[in-house]
Ligand binder design. Structure first.
Ligand SMILES: *Cc1c(COP(=O)(O)O)cnc(C)c1O
Length: 364
C-alpha cells in the first residue's frame, strides 16, 4: 500500500468547484492585491480562531520581518530563538541588522527549553522568537515570565501551529506578535505564498498595517519606514473557501496522531511528548530513532514516504558560520536533527494507510 508523505492534490480536488468559483470571482473583479477577499479572510480568520484582528501578508516570512521592525530590533541587539526550526524563524533578525542567538530545545517537544533560554540572556538581549514547532505549543508560561523579568519583546512563530491553543489561549496573542504562514504545505495552505500577522496590542496592529503598505496610511504619504507585505486577492479567496474545513482537518490530524501514539510500539523509537498545557495540531508527526536512515529505507521499501525535518540545525548552517557556533553547541537540537524522521500526517490519509505506517515502523 502506497502512503505518500504528503499529497496536496486530494484536498484540492475535493474543493475544486468552490475554489475555482472563488478564484474566478476575484479574477473578474480584478481584486489582485489586498481588497475584499483578503479583508473577508482577515475577519473570518479572526472570528474562527479567536484573534482580535488579523493582517494578511504575502508569506510567513513577511510578518516575522515586520515584527522585528515593529520591535525596533537593530544592530547590537541579540534576539534569542531555537536552533531546531525552519530558517525563516530567524531571518527577520538578520533583516533588521540584529544578531540571532540560539538556545537549545527540550528533547520531548522539540521546542525552546525555558531554562536554556534564561541562560542565554545577556544585557544586549532585546527579544525572543518562540516557534511552536510541528504544531506543538511551546512552554509559554515559563517563557513569558522570563520575558517579563528582562523586558523582552516576544514574537510567536505560529507558521506550523494554526488553530493551536496554550491553556485555552490561541497561540500568537500570548506574546507581543504572532505570525502565520499559508504556504501550500502548511495546515491551512493557499494557492501560492501567504501569511498573517496578529497582535493583541492595537498600536502594534496599526503600525503593522501601515508597514505592510510602504509605511503609509494615506496613499503617497509615508510616515514610517515600510515595505510591500500585502497578501494577494487569490490567496484571500482560496483561504476563505478552506477556512471552514480547518477544524475538521485538525481533528483528523489529531486522530491520526493518536493512532500513531497508541500503535507505534518499538523499543528504539521515541515518540513526541504530549504535554498537558496545549495540544498539538500536528503539522508534523516526528519520531526519533538512533538508526533513522535505516528506518527511512525500511519504510521506503514498504512504499511509505517520510521526510527529514530538519536535517541541519540553524547554528550549523553555512549562512550562520560567522556566529561562532559549532558541533556540540546545542546537543539536544543536534541529536534531534540526526535522529528525527517525520511520518505522513495529512487529513486525507485513510485509516488503512495509517495502520500500514504503524505496522511498518513496528516491524523495523
Ligand atoms: C513555513 C515556515 C515559515 C515561513 O513561512 P513562508 O510562508 O515559507 O515564508 C516560518 N517559520 C516556520 C517555523 C515555518 O514552518
Amino acid at each position: 500500500m502506497k502512503v505518500p508523505f504528503l499529497d496536496l492534490s486530494l484536498q484540492h480536488k475535493a474543493l475544486r468547484e468552490p475554489a475555482l468559483a472563488a478564484l474566478a470571482a476575484t479574477y473578474d473583479a480584478t481584486r489582485f492585491c489586498l481588497g475584499k477577499d483578503v479583508e473577508d479572510f482577515e475577519k473570518n480568520f479572526a472570528v474562527t480562531l479567536g484573534y482580535p484582528h488579523v493582517l494578511g501578508m504575502n508569506s510567513g516570512t513577511a510578518p516575522l520581518h515586520v515584527a522585528c521592525m515593529l520591535a525596533g530590533f537593530g544592530p547590537g541587539d541579540e534576539i534569542i530563538t531555537a536552533p531546531f526550526t525552519f530558517i525563516s524563524s530567524a531571518w527577520g533578525i538578520n533583516y533588521v541588522g540584529a544578531t540571532p542567538v540560539f538556545a537549545d530545545i527540550e528533547a520531548g517537544t522539540f521546542n525552546l527549553d525555558p531554562a536554556k533560554l534564561a541562560a542565554a540572556i545577556t544585557p544586549r538581549t532585546k527579544g525572543i522568537i518562540i516557534v511552536h514547532l510541528f504544531g506543538q505549543p511551546a512552554r509559554m508560561e515559563e517563557i513569558m515570565a522570563i520575558a517579563k523579568r528582562h523586558n523582552l519583546f516576544v514574537i510567536e512563530d505560529c507558521a506550523q501551529a494554526v488553530g493551536a491553543k496554550y491553556e485555552g489561549i490561541p497561540v500568537g496573542v500570548i506574546g507581543d506578535v504572532g505570525t502565520f504562514s499559508f504556504y501550500p504545505t502548511k495546515n491551512l495552505g493557499g494557492c501560492g505564498e501567504g501569511g498573517a500577522f496578529v497582535s493583541h496590542r492595537p498600536e502594534l496592529h496599526t503600525r503593522a498595517r501601515h508597514i505592510r503598505v510602504h509605511g503609509s496610511d494615506r496613499r503617497y504619504y509615508h510616515d514610517i519606514i515600510g515595505g510591500n507585505f500585502r497578501m494577494d486577492g487569490f490567496q484571500g479567496a482560496l483561504l476563505n473557501v478552506k477556512l471552514p474545513h480547518l477544524a475538521r482537518w485538525t481533528e483528523r490530524r489529531q486522530a491520526i496522531a493518536a493512532k500513531y501514539l497508541l500503535g507505534i510500539k518499538h523499543a528504539d523509537v521515541r515518540l513526541p511528548e504530549q504535554p498537558g498545557y496545549g495540544r498539538s495540531v500536528f503539522h508534523q508527526f516526528t519520531i526519533r530513532h538512533p538508526r533513522r536512515d535505516a528506518l527511512r529505507e525500511h519504510l521506503a521499501q514498504h512504499e511509505i514516504g517520510t521526510d527529514l525535518i530538519y536535517p541541519v540545525p540553524l547554528h550549523l548552517q553555512k549562512c550562520y558560520a560567522n556566529l561562532g557556533y559549532g558541533p556540540g553547541s546545542f546537543p539536544v537540537a543536534e541529536l534531534a536533527a540526526s535522529t528525527c524522521v517525520s511520518l505522513p500526517i495529512f487529513p486525507e490519509l485513510t485509516d488503512a494507510q495509517v495502520d500500514h505506517v504503524i505496522a511498518s515502523v513496528n516491524s523495523f
